[in-house]
Design a protein around this ligand. Structure first.
Ligand SMILES: Nc1ncnc2c1ncn2[C@@H]1O[C@H](COP(=O)(O)OS(=O)(=O)O)[C@@H](OP(=O)(O)O)[C@H]1O
Length: 348
């Protein structure tokens, strides 16, 4: 040690006479401060690399960090993976099928019911990638997908995709062969459901909710308020036209929302066929819940599950003249839509 610069600062209590120094402490004085700092940096970088590469994958779920490992047993009858646990031979994949809407037409029921199929994995939340987060990149999107086996189909649903103009082009850019599912519902009922949803959100925040009639009818003209979002979303033919500029009709399967409510297995059978899957979702998967007025899922003899109570709300009674005005307004658009998709849904 020639000068203070070359010496490591050590507290007096830990300094021992040279003859008592152990082999552990003897090397310290010979290290310059610069060398010691470099050593610390190298060790830290090494530790970070070990953490990043040896821990298989880390995820953030609502603020909690879940370490993804491959330890838990898989239910081989359903082959259902989890977003938090990684099983051998699984990985996150971009969706090969997307439910694009229509908002309030039964998109959640469709996704939940399809998830019963052992060859399907579904993303639990609406990702809003193509309408809100596209700049975050496909890898961000992929990381939000569930783990799946190589032979499984990953499905995501974001109902806003159907009505946001820029979306079909971006979906096409990701995968021009992606399979598209579109569930449709009587536009009048959909508009009521859409308004009710927003109204409940307002009330939950102690805010005023404008009546349905005032929202859908322009008080100055007495005509249907075409600028109201709820009405614009229900003019399906316009949005469909936009999608058909990017995808052929053969790549878009339309699910009748009424059929999904009344006879889920029949609606799902067609979807299985469209996706090229075996018919695996059967009557045994469902029971009719009288108090809810909807079919719910029967997972096994002990486990049953209905959709969240926000699905299947009782609609308020709408004034007769408003119902009539809206039905008349939607009728020509509906007919154009039937022609465009080659199916008549028989909405009044
Ligand atoms: N089995 C079952 N259980 C409960 N609800 C069912 C079911 N099948 C279809 N539906 C219909 O789903 C409607 C809600 O549609 P979405 O899930 O697309 O809504 S959302 O856009 O995701 O908010 C919801 O609309 P409302 O009845 O207006 O609440 C239901 O009619």
């Amino acid at each position: 040690m020639n000068n203070d610069k070359d010496c490591l600062l050590v507290a007096p209590s830990v300094v021992t006479p040279p003859q008592q120094q152990t082999s552990r402490t003897r090397w310290l004085p010979s290290l310059s401060r610069a060398r010691f700092t470099s050593l610390v940096v190298i060790v830290s970088v090494f530790a970070i690399c070990v953490l990043v590469y040896l821990v298989p994958e880390r995820e953030v779920h609502h603020g909690t960090v879940a370490v993804v490992t491959s330890i838990a047993p898989l239910d081989t009858s359903t082959r259902k993976t989890s977003t938090k646990i990684r099983y051998k031979h699984t990985q996150r994949r971009l969706p090969q099928c997307i439910i694009i809407g229509i908002r309030k037409a039964g998109t959640r029921a469709l996704l939940k019911f399809l998830d019963l199929h052992p060859s399907i994995q579904t993303a639990a939340r609406e990702i809003h990638f193509f309408d809100h987060s596209y700049e975050l990149g496909l890898n961000w999107y992929r990381k939000r997908m569930p783990f799946s086996f190589p032979d499984q189909i990953t499905i995501e649903k974001t109902p806003a995709y159907f009505t946001v103009k820029s979306v079909p082009k971006l979906v096409h850019r990701m995968n021009s062969t992606v399979k598209v599912l579109l569930i449709v519902r009587d536009p009048f009922e959909r508009t009521v459901s859409d308004w009710l949803q927003l109204c409940m959100n307002q009330r939950a925040k102690n805010r005023h909710c404008t009546s349905f009639e005032r929202k859908v009818i322009d008080p100055r003209t007495g005509e249907v308020n075409r600028s109201y979002q709820g009405i614009r979303r229900s003019i399906y033919v316009r949005h469909m036209q936009n999608w058909l500029q990017w995808f052929p009709l053969s790549q878009i399967h339309l699910v009748n929302g009424k059929t999904l409510v009344e006879n889920p297995v029949a609606a799902l059978k067609r979807v299985e066929q469209f996706l090229g899957l075996d018919h695996r979702i059967t009557e045994d998967h469902f029971y009719f819940n009288k108090s809810r007025g909807f079919y719910c899922i029967q997972y096994d003899s002990t486990r049953q599950k209905c959709l969240h109570p926000s699905k299947g709300r009782k609609h308020p009674k709408i004034k007769k003249e408003v119902v009539q005005k809206l039905r008349e307004f939607f009728r020509p658009f509906n007919h154009k839509f039937y022609q465009m998709v080659g199916q008549d849904f028989g909405w009044p």
